[in-house]
Design a protein around this ligand. Structure first.
Ligand code: AMP
Length: 180
């Protein structure tokens, strides 16, 4: 089963993605995590990724597609996956050919997301400055909301109130994808 999670930073995608992964026994993959790992490499590509994510901008569609598709071609993703953070733009969605069964949109307000992120202390995320977070939220509205419409037209979007409890959201997702 191929599932994508869509939502602004702080909407709970990684929490829900990991819960779903455990429940369904299919791997969870976060494009942001891949890029944060690559940003540690002392190569021109590593430096480009580091600068881009630190500023809160998006990696180019070209590079993103190349990198994410390479991951998804690996054996462990053959039976399906739960993707967090990709596709994030319409060109990425268009060029990402696959049979997505469900696009879960975790909807939280910008205010709630900022509130949650202000209280988060994730030492692995050097890219979490307030400036970068605000930039990412703005880019979500500009570039990623059209992705929701793209998948809505395909009839696979399930919109979920991301401000409920973790357990309620998890149950609702399972219900929407027909796994209960
Ligand atoms: P995230 O962990 O999803 O918030 O991603 C962290 C950062 O990685 C983003 O701010 C972008 O710079 C980059 N990134 C992650 N996924 C994508 C994507 N699909 N397209 C472009 N850039 C991405």
């Amino acid at each position: 089963m191929k599932i994508i999670l869509i939502g602004i930073q702080g909407s709970g995608k990684s929490t829900q993605g990991n819960l779903l992964s455990e429940k369904l026994g299919i791997p969870y993959l976060s494009s942001g995590h891949i890029f944060r790992e690559m940003a540690k490499e002392k190569t021109p590509l590593g430096r480009y990724i580091k600068e881009t994510i630190t500023a809160g901008f998006l990696i180019s569609d070209e590079k993103t597609l190349e990198i994410v598709q390479e991951y998804l071609g690996r054996d462990e993703y053959k039976k399906g996956y739960i993707l967090d953070g990709f596709p994030r733009t319409v060109p990425q969605a268009e060029r990402f050919e696959n049979g997505i069964k469900a696009a879960i949109y975790l909807k939280v307000s910008d205010k709630e997301a900022l509130w949650r992120l202000a209280g988060r202390d994730d030492e692995n995320r050097e890219d979490d400055t307030l400036h970068a977070i605000k930039k990412r939220i703005a880019l979500f509205h500009e570039k990623t909301e059209p992705v929701i419409e793209y998948y809505r037209a395909k009839g696979v979007v399930h919109e979920i109130d991301g401000e409920k409890s973790i357990e309620d959201i998890h149950s609702e997702i399972l219900e929407k994808i027909g796994m209960v």
